[in-house]
Design a protein around this ligand. Structure first.
Ligand SMILES: Nc1nc2c(ncn2[C@@H]2O[C@H](COP(=O)(O)OP(=O)(O)OP(=O)(O)O)[C@@H](O)[C@H]2O)c(=O)[nH]1
Ligand SMILES: [Mg+2]
Length: 514
């Protein structure tokens, strides 16, 4: 049965005010008959009634967000989530099958099989990843050691002590299943840095069943942004304020209040917990038998019990739901990885094809100069390029469709004046080279290569986008590619290759500048 929805709190003052106003009106009407001094008495009476109603209603309808979270959680149905994960898994499988690189394909298949297994596993054998994440030196490894109860990872004052993710199995009273506590490399101070280690930490955090976000003071901007980002991803997080021993009681409370306040939209107050994973030894005055005294450093035990209790409570109450929701998320992420892998392979293949055909085009023109656009109106090389690009993107156009597409491309090129534009770009780059002798045939050939590349890239984009040209239609697509291809770095490389090819073909040497 779905849980009953509490009255939205925003309506509470309105309802209270209406009731109070109605009462006030009734009494005031009666007051008209009773005498003139009464209104002075009625105003405070009305206000007091409104305030009382508002207070009673406020208490009677608690905020949904924090306090009712655990009761609300089951409203999401684990069976429905598991079913969604199964559908997502089918989609991912289809994408994985399209990956040509056998090793990558098998790797992703293996990961998918593990996720599939995880859906039907019984609670006692279920695995839960609790990922410890946060800024460098916040005390993540110290926290892992404290929770596990022995030194499993190296800690240090030097930033970047932990270099890769490490997981440790541990148990918590009252929680079924296999718990893995995963330590991660720290985020850079700003929390926005790149780098491989940070990328790995983020990858682990995204896949966590439960996240422990460790800070050792109030949040810096980067940390705040990261917590929000992960919350938006649906990541269940406990924010751990570590090194509380460094603060006097009042300051520690102030930091906690501030953290709770800043995070109140995404993290319930109970899920912001203060700990001391590895408190500094404290100086203690010891009185010896002979009456003299000295100060010694007393080692302090870790203080993480509150956090342990909180993790146990969250996992006991929401563990199953978190695990299934996370399986769905992980399957989605895997599907995205598979799609990215397919896309990257296709882009590579398309780039190879375009490269190949641009020079085939140029060589054909160089051997047998034809009026520029004839080539696009049904010449074999262009039709082959279009057909091959279509196949890269799983399309199989008929010969008639190929000819129609080639014709449309040629028309669009003419319409936006690409042949002239390309020819002047090419003439320009040849002018800047020592090969001033380059004959008209070579310029024409290189121009055609240039046009073939622009057409090829526009086509690849067209197929990539599911046979859509994007803004401005076919002309817009061609112009966008023309701009991209006319970048200086591309032009330099193009000129070098063009000269290489035509110079070897005609066996001419560059004219020696006089
Ligand atoms: N005072 C105090 N110091 C702590 C506490 N926890 C950790 N530290 C110190 O903070 C420093 C960093 O601790 P680590 O556990 O290595 O921090 P980390 O977040 O794993 O660091 P990286 O792996 O480099 O990102 C060490 O010098 C710890 O002794 C604590 O509760 N109180
Ligand atoms: Mg560490």
């Amino acid at each position: 049965m779905p849980p009953s929805r509490p009255l939205p709190r925003r309506l509470v003052p309105l309802v209270a005010a209406t009731i109070a106003a109605a009462l006030f009106a009734v009494v005031a009407t009666a007051g008209d008959r009773l005498g003139a001094g009464l209104p002075a008495l009625l105003i405070p009476l009305g206000l007091a009634t409104a305030a009382t109603f508002a207070w009673v209603a406020w208490v009677a309808f608690p905020r949904r967000r924090d306090d009712s979270r655990e009761e609300d959680a089951p409203a999401l149905d684990p069976t429905a989530l598991a079913e969604a994960a199964r559908r997502e898994s089918e989609r991912a499988r289809e994408h994985i099958e399209k990956i040509r690189d056998a090793r990558r394909r098998e790797e992703l298949k293996g990961e998918l099989a593990k996720l599939d297994e995880g859906r039907d596993v019984e609670p006692a054998r279920a695995e839960m990843d609790v990922v410890v994440f946060g800024t460098v030196s916040a005390g993540k490894t110290s926290l892992v050691n404290a929770l596990v109860g022995r030194e499993v990872g190296a800690t240090g004052a030097v930033m970047g002590t932990t270099r890769q993710g490490e997981s440790h199995v541990y148990t918590l009273e009252g929680v079924e299943g296999i718990l893995r506590l995963v330590d991660t490399p720290g985020l850079s101070e700003a929390g926005l840095g790149g780098g491989e280690r940070e990328a790995e930490a983020r990858r682990l955090a995204e896949r966590a069943d439960l996240l422990l976000f460790v800070v050792d003071h109030d949040l810096v901007r980067g940390e705040y942004a990261t917590v929000l980002e992960l919350a938006r991803l649906g990541k269940r997080s406990i924010v751990v304020f570590n090194k509380k021993d460094r603060f006097p009681d009042a300051d520690r409370e102030a930091v906690l209040v501030k953290l709770r306040e800043r995070l109140h939209e995404v993290v319930p107050a109970d899920d912001v917990v203060a700990v001391a994973a590895s408190p500094r030894p404290t100086p203690v005055r010891v009185v010896r038998e002979d009456g003299s005294h000295e100060t010694v450093l007393e080692v302090q035990d870790p203080d993480v019990q509150l956090l342990r209790d909180r993790i146990a409570k969250v996992l006991a109450n929401e563990g199953k739901l978190l695990r299934v929701a996370n399986l769905l998320l992980k399957t989605r992420l895997l599907d995205r990885e598979a799609q990215d892998a397919v896309d990257a392979e296709r882009r590579r293949k398309a780039a190879e094809l375009i490269d190949h055909y641009q020079w085939v085009t140029a060589t054909t023109v160089f051997a047998n100069p034809v009026p520029a656009l004839n080539l696009f109106q049904g010449a074999a090389v262009q039709l082959d390029l279009i057909a091959d690009l279509a196949r890269v993107y799983d399309h199989d156009p008929s010969p008639a469709q190929l000819r129609a597409l080639a014709g449309r491309l040629a028309q669009a090129m003419l319409k936006v004046g690409l042949p002239e534009a390309a020819s002047s770009v090419v003439a320009g780059i040849f002018k800047r080279t020592p090969a001033t002798f380059v004959a008209g045939g070579a310029v024409q050939a290189a121009t055609m290569a240039y046009l073939a590349r622009i057409a090829g890239e526009a086509l690849a984009e067209y197929y990539r986008e599911g046979e859509r040209w994007g803004p401005g239609g076919i002309e817009g697509a061609l112009l966008r590619r023309f701009e991209a291809v006319s970048r200086a770095d591309f032009l330099q490389e193009f000129a070098r290759q063009a000269l290489d090819r035509f110079l070897t073909k005609v066996r001419l040497k560059p004219a020696t500048p006089t």
